[in-house]
Design a protein around this ligand. Structure first.
Ligand SMILES: Cc1cc2nc3c(=O)[nH]c(=O)nc-3n(C[C@H](O)[C@H](O)[C@H](O)COP(=O)(O)OP(=O)(O)OC[C@H]3O[C@@H](n4cnc5c(N)ncnc54)[C@H](O)[C@@H]3O)c2cc1C
Length: 497
């Protein structure tokens, strides 16, 4: 019997992982990607000997990756090498005070004790509850295929849900433990990874502190793109085919069933379609109105994750004050979140993230130079004309030089700014969002867009939009659920036939 054909739209982490999984299950898989290279938001930009990871830079939850490769009877290290960072990251506060979070938990406890008396004990308690929530979430929540609302609102999950802090905000939760603003910022900063604010994110996400402080922060040798290269190798071993520079223009639907796609290069037939491209783009641009799961108003009213103001910078001098990951937490912490979620505008006193992978990896910058990735989360949908970008960049660079007490500008050799309109044009991102839908309670688990189209049979989604959501490990988990769901649906259909 000929293999069933599946067409995957997009070669981001979602597309690559679901393709490998489906090919292993015996499907004939073709990936169609509009860009000439794989990785999606995790592509690279190479210039004059500098190699920049364009998107993700934090490698967290290593067990998710190890488990993924085990599904193929493989070891992750056959595909890329991993290094544990030390320090995990450096934090600089508004007054210039610096602390590092390292693999030495005792040192972190003492740092919290220095913030406020009893801080060490409370951090230990906080991490214990975070670990408990993480383990329950991994066992019962994250890998779950929520098909109906009853899969979420069952008695067990409602009881566990309130214990896990699904129903109140992270900010409220953290304040029960700490009064000191430095402690709170360290425990809340990771919400930006989820495209959310501590005020509107469920307390469940305190698991992120277990993720960084206990499980650790890692770095794949060669950068995050090494994972992409590893996945492409895995896909090729499983027989997946790739069509690059091919844009999907529409999804073909016959009698309510997805039967293929129309691309910039012609039509391709398929039995099943899995979309990794941005969900809103697929619904609003690739499907006729009658086949959309959601109307335009759904997307207009959604809480969108931030866009980002990014500068990729290459210097010809080492910058001694930087760790691999550096976080600057401004005194205007709350104002910055407000400028993203309540009162959209470019922040004047933002917190920022500065990554310097050349501190760890000599391959990503020429000798004696640094590879810098400067990032400010900003509200989606802000205008970002050329002139504004440049003047904002210059102001932010002044600020960064002041904070680091080190000059960068005279040593800049390579510079590229990437923001709102690049996310829109490269990924068809709604309002230029970098991360898709925010992780508010009403956009968590069953409330995220479904992985099965409600209107088109045989049309599925993977990536950062369906449950569990934003972030590279979540996208890997999403593909495992989607691939298993497709197989299960097929079996159920077979039984009915
Ligand atoms: C700046 C930034 C920093 C981040 N930092 C981290 C981090 O440190 N750690 C972490 O875990 N996560 C991080 N994230 C989040 C993480 O990168 C994303 O959640 C994840 O990469 C999303 O993967 P995806 O496969 O869902 O989507 P994408 O990577 O967007 O892939 C979608 C693919 O679909 C393609 N496509 C779109 N439309 C079409 C079409 N019509 N036809 C054909 N192809 C199409 C796109 O070109 C793209 O390749 C970061 C994200 C950004 C943007």
């Amino acid at each position: 019997m000929p293999k069933k054909k599946v067409l995957v739209v997009g070669a981001g982490f979602g597309g690559l992982t679901v393709s490998a999984l489906l090919a292993q299950k015996g499907w004939d898989v073709t990936v169609v990607e509009r860009h000439s290279t794989p990785g999606g938001r995790a592509r690279v930009w190479e210039q004059e000997g500098y190699c920049f990871d364009m998107g993700p830079s934090w490698y967290l939850m290593p067990e998710v990756f190890e488990e993924f490769f085990h599904l193929f009877g493989k070891e992750r290290k056959e595909y890329y090498e991993l290094e544990k960072l030390d320090p995990y990251y450096q934090v600089i506060f508004g007054n210039g005070e610096r602390v590092t979070i390292t693999p030495d938990l005792e040192q972190t406890l003492q740092t919290f004790e220095s913030f406020e008396p009893g801080g060490a004990k409370r951090l230990q308690e906080y991490l214990t509850q975070a670990q408990y929530k993480y383990e329950v979430a991994m066992r019962d929540f994250l890998y779950r295929d929520y098909r109906t609302v009853w899969d979420f609102f069952n008695r067990k999950l409602l009881i566990e849900g309130s214990r896990l802090g699904v129903f109140y905000s992270l900010d409220r939760f953290v304040r029960k433990y700490f009064r000191d603003h430095r402690a709170r910022k360290i425990l809340e900063y990771a919400m930006v990874f989820l495209g959310a604010s501590p005020n509107n994110t469920p307390g469940l996400y305190s698991i992120m502190s277990h993720v960084d402080m206990n499980l650790g922060v890692y770095y794949p040798k060669g950068g995050i793109h090494a994972i992409v290269r590893g996945l492409v190798k895995l896909c090729e071993e499983q027989g997946v085919g790739f069509l690059y520079d091919t844009e999907v223009k529409s999804i073909l639907v016959r009698n309510g069933k997805g039967v293929g796609v129309r691309t910039s290069q012609g039509e391709i037939e398929a039995d099943t379609i899995v979309v990794n491209a941005d969900y809103s783009h697929t619904e609003l641009k690739l499907l006729p109105e009658e086949y959309r799961t959601f109307p335009l108003s759904y997307w207009e009213q959604a809480v969108w994750a931030p866009s980002m103001f990014i500068a990729y910078l290459g210097t010809n001098r080492r910058i001694s004050s930087l760790a691999h990951h550096n976080l600057y937490f401004s005194d205007a912490w709350d104002d910055h979140f407000r400028s993203i979620f309540q009162d959209p505008k470019w922040p004047e006193e933002p917190s920022f993230y500065l990554s310097c992978p050349s501190q760890t990896d000599s391959m990503v910058a020429p000798k004696d130079g640094e590879n810098l990735f400067f990032l400010i989360p900003v509200a989606p949908g802000l205008p970002d004309g050329e002139e504004f970008r440049e003047s904002y960049f210059q102001r932010m660079l002044d600020k960064a030089e002041r904070i680091l007490e080190e000059k960068i500008r005279p040593y800049l050799r390579v510079k590229r700014i990437y923001s709102q309109r690049d996310f829109s044009s490269d990924y068809h991102a709604f309002r230029g969002t970098a991360l898709g839908l925010s992780h508010t309670l009403r956009q968590t688990a069953i409330f995220r867009p479904p992985r099965r189209s409600r209107k088109v049979k045989g049309l599925y989604y993977t990536g950062q939009y369906p449950h569990p959501g934003v972030g590279v490990p979540s996208v890997f988990i999403c593909s495992v659920i989607t691939a298993n769901g497709i197989e299960r649906d097929l079996k159920e259909e077979g039984k009915r036939a």
